[in-house]
Ligand binder design. Structure first.
Ligand code: FES
Ligand code: FES
Length: 159
């Protein structure tokens, strides 16, 4: 059985018919070729598939595609500016050496973006806890933490 899902993805209105059992990960990857959304554990434990839905980060592997109807979704592709420039967050990941194989990176970026968008100032300990839902098999945690800390600090100075 299929159902039509209309939603805004990375600022663009979309519409497609999906299997009612399909995950949002599958819809984003298969219908829209948004391959930054990674398939890791597929049971909500590693964070590789994280996307932002109406301002909140979710594991898209355990989120049904049909639930996305009427919602606004952002993936890592949506962080890039219209002119093709990387966001400050993406650049910080590069500058701090926070990307190794890169498999976990889009999920981390989405959680970090949610943190930045919250406008709240977090302690190092809180920030580590907020990022703790992600697994990085290359164990680049310290560099990832540094990249996110750098951008949250800069956002607060600017604000
Ligand atoms: S693939 Fe979704 S949490 Fe691991
Ligand atoms: S950079 Fe390889 S899994 Fe994190």
């Amino acid at each position: 059985m299929t159902r039509t899902v209309r939603c805004k993805i990375n600022g663009r209105e979309t519409e497609t018919a999906v299997d009612v059992r399909a995950s949002l990960t599958d819809m984003l990857r298969n219908e829209y070729r948004l391959t930054s959304v990674k398939k890791g554990c597929e049971v909500g434990e590693c964070g590789a598939c994280n996307v932002i839905i109406n301002g909140e980060c979710f594991n898209s592997c355990i989120y049904l595609a049909v639930w996305a109807d009427g919602k606004e979704i952002t993936t890592t592709e949506g962080l890039i500016s219209a002119s093709g420039e990387l966001s400050a967050l993406q650049q910080a990941f590069i500058d701090e050496g926070a990307v190794q194989c890169g498999f976990c990176t889009p999920g981390f970026l989405m959680s970090a973006q949610e943190i930045i968008d919250s406008g709240k100032e977090y302690s190092d300990e809180e920030l580590r806890r907020l990022l703790s839902g992600h697994l990085c098999r290359c164990t680049g945690y310290e560099n990832i933490f540094r990249a996110v800390r750098k951008v949250t600090k800069a956002a607060h100075k600017a604000g």
